[in-house]
Design a protein. Structure first.
Length: 374
């Protein structure tokens, strides 16, 4: 696999899966960063197209990413969801709103302790118990910034981070700004907007100066810079081979290692969106087979991916509205705490599926990085 830098030349638009149609009050939200398959399709468009009838040759491509890289070639990854910031109250003792920059320490969420304080609380036996902050704190509690330096994440996975040796520079806010794009449709031969289906808005994003994506793709090396379409509205991005120093190369190599746990591993960090099938038609933050092995799971809202499709009937004369399948992907940064024994299936994907499951595996969906020490 070869690593590439993907630099946006304009704002980017990645619409989410919410069913959407123009009309009064229509607001199409965006999903950012984009899903892996979106960036993969953009990079694949630069490869030489083959004319072979054997479709399997087209499905041997592997992909990993995308991840964020700043102007200093520092790699940023999603912050683990089991971290919480503890901030003191202001000198006057008032509990005013605080930012995540004035924290004094960072703690790990832990499974519920077996002591007199918690013994009177009961939780749903069908679910794993929630993770809690096992420390009395009279100040403010908040989440850290959503992006963490790769080197700090690797220290976290090695068990080298505790409540007192985190630094403010280990975290960063979302390096982009949103931009609302209004769209109108005019009446024919008039300078008036259509009364129905004439107005809607979309939400695009613009990365900060110097920031870009990095992603790895197998196949022939793309030696030259190229322009690709990335996302909606025909927005473009510059693709070029990544020139990485030894530090960055080492970090990228760590991301590409096998996602199998080593001796002593007792928790896992989700690097890319995963798909956890809990029941036949129900998705969850963890697979059902993992339940008996889990002490806890720290996660966020699921990433819904799907959309609206217009289907044609057999006579091809009438269009019929239909929904594409929606899947609830587990967001990157999710952390799983295991008991003494980890689950047999260490991949955060369904055990059975058709060609779509093969695609997810080739694109490294649900890739886990294993750690120890929490």
């Amino acid at each position: 696999m070869h690593w590439y830098k993907i630099t946006p030349l304009d704002l980017l638009l990645f619409r989410d899966c919410k069913p959407f149609s123009p009309g009064e009050g229509s607001w199409a939200k965006g999903l950012f960063p984009p899903m892996p398959i979106t960036v993969f399709q953009a990079l694949r468009s630069l490869l030489t197209q083959t004319t072979t009838k054997d479709e399997r040759t087209q499905r041997h491509l592997s992909f990993l990413g995308p991840f964020l890289l700043d102007h200093n070639h520092t790699l940023w990854l999603p912050t683990p969801k089991d971290l919480v910031c503890l901030s003191p109250l202001d000198p006057l003792g008032q509990d005013r709103k605080t930012t995540t920059d004035n924290w004094s320490e960072i703690q790990f969420l832990q499974s519920i302790p077996q002591d007199d304080v918690w013994k009177h609380l009961a939780f749903d036996e069908q679910q794993i118990a929630p993770l809690v902050l096992n420390k009395k704190w009279d100040g403010n509690i908040s989440a850290p910034k959503p992006w963490i330096k790769a080197e700090a994440l690797f220290d976290y996975l090695k068990g080298q981070k505790n409540s007192s040796n985190w630094e403010k520079k280990d975290f960063y806010h979302n390096p982009w700004k949103t931009q609302v794009l209004p769209h109108i449709q005019m009446q024919p031969d008039k300078r008036q907007v259509k009364d129905a289906d004439g107005y809607f808005t979309e939400v695009a994003v613009r990365l900060e100066d110097g920031w870009c994506f990095v992603a790895a793709l197998s196949g022939d090396t793309l030696a030259n810079e190229s322009i690709v379409r990335l996302g909606g509205e025909g927005h473009r991005a510059l693709v070029s081979p990544l020139e990485a120093d030894d530090r960055l190369k080492g970090q990228l190599d760590c991301l590409m290692k096998s996602d199998r746990p080593s001796a002593g591993s007792n928790f896992a960090y989700l690097l890319t969106p995963g798909l956890a099938l809990f029941a036949e038609t129900r998705y969850s933050s963890y697979p059902q087979a993992w339940k008996e092995h889990l002490k806890g799971c720290a996660t966020d809202k699921a990433l819904l991916w799907g959309g609206v499709s217009t289907m044609r009937k057999d006579n091809k004369t009438k269009e019929e509205f239909a929904l594409l399948p929606q899947r609830a992907f587990v967001p990157p940064g999710t952390v799983y705490l295991f008991n003494n024994e980890v689950a047999t299936n260490q991949q955060l994907l369904p055990e059975q599926g058709g060609r779509w499951l093969e695609t997810f595996k080739q694109l490294n969906y649900g890739k886990l990085l294993w750690g120890q020490g929490i």
